[in-house]
Design a protein around this ligand. Structure first.
Ligand code: ATP
Length: 235
C-alpha cells in the first residue's frame, strides 16, 4: 500500500532521515519507534506531503507521491493525525470533526462519518458542543483521531498519539486502533512509547538518528532480549 525506498530528508545541511526503506501492506498496523529526534515526524510529514524529501521514492497504492500536493494525498485517503493532536482549541468538538471532512461535499456522507466517530468515541457525542481546547488530553486525542477518520482514510498515520497521556488512556487508544484495524483500516504509527507500539503493531521499524536500525515482526522483536532491554525494560 505504501512503499518508501531510500528516503532522505534534509533540513539545510542536517540529515534528518538517511536512506530509509519502509513498507506498509493493506490491513497492517506498522509501528515506527525511536527516541526524540530519530526522524519519525519528518518521515510521516514526507508521506503526507508537508515536507519535501531530498531523495528517494515514495508511492501510495501505486501512485508516485513526489509532486502530488498534500490535499490530493488527503483526498486519496492518506491521512495524518499530527503530533500534539493538531486540533483547533477554540472550536467545538463538532466543528473540529467537520474540519476533518472538509474535502467531502456530500452532507449525508459527512453525517455517516460523524456517526461512525460518535459510535467509536461516545463521549465526543455528549461533548460535541464543548470547545476542544477545554477537554482532557485523552479526549483531545479522540478529537484528533476522530477528525482524521472524518477524512475517510485508507492509510491512517498517527504521530505519537500517546504523548502526554496517562497509561490507562494510552491503553484505550491502543484498543481503539486495534478495533479500527479489525474494520479494515491500515495504520502507520510513530511512537516513542514502545509499549503501545509493540502491543498493537504487526511489524516495527526502529529508527535512530534517521536510520532504520531494525525492521522486524513485533513477535520476533519481543523475543529479542536486546530490543526488550533497550525499549521495554523501563516502559
Ligand atoms: P520527536 O519525537 O521529537 O518529534 P522525531 O523522531 O519525530 O522526534 P523529527 O521531528 O523528524 O524526529 O526530527 C528529526 C531531526 O530533524 C531532529 O534532530 C530535529 O531537530 C530535526 N528537525 C526537524 N524539523 C526540523 C526543521 N524544520 N528544521 C531543522 N531541523 C529540523
Amino acid at each position: 500500500m505504501l512503499e518508501i525506498k531510500d528516503l532522505t530528508i534534509r533540513y539545510g545541511e542536517f540529515l534528518a532521515v538517511d536512506k530509509v526503506d519502509l513498507e506498509v501492506k493493506p490491513g497492517e498496523i506498522v509501528g515506527i519507534i525511536g527516541p526524540n529526534g530519530a526522524g519519525k515526524t519528518s518521515l510521516l510529514n514526507a508521506v503526507a506531503g508537508i515536507v519535501d524529501p531530498a531523495g528517494g521514492s515514495l508511492s501510495f497504492e501505486g501512485m508516485a507521491l513526489p509532486g502530488v500536493p498534500a490535499d490530493e494525498r488527503l483526498a486519496r485517503g492518506l491521512v495524518l493525525v499530527p503530533e500534539i493532536r493538531g486540533i483547533f482549541g477554540m472550536m467545538s468538538v463538532h466543528e473540529n470533526l467537520l474540519m476533518g471532512a472538509y474535502l467531502c461535499r456530500d452532507k449525508a456522507e459527512v453525517a455517516r462519518r460523524m456517526e461512525r466517530v460518535f459510535t467509536l468515541f461516545p463521549i465526543l457525542r455528549d461533548r460535541r458542543r464543548q470547545l476542544a481546547g477545554t477537554m482532557s488530553g485523552g479526549q483531545q486525542q479522540m478529537v484528533a483521531i476522530g477528525a482524521g477518520l472524518m477524512a475517510a482514510p485508507r492509510l491512517l498515520m498517527l504521530d505519537e498519539p500517546s504523548i502526554g497521556l496517562a497509561p490507562l488512556i494510552i491503553q484505550d487508544i491502543g484498543r481503539t486502533l486495534t478495533a479500527l484495524r479489525a474494520e479494515g483500516l491500515t495504520i502507520l504509527l510513530s511512537e516513542q512509547n514502545a509499549k503501545l507500539a509493540t502491543a498493537i503493531a504487526d511489524r516495527i521499524y526502529v529508527l535512530q538518528s534517521g536510520r532504520v536500525m531494525m525492521a522486524r515482526s513485533t513477535e520476533s522483536l519481543l523475543e529479542d532480549p536486546k530490543f526488550v532491554e533497550a525499549f521495554l525494560s523501563l516502559a
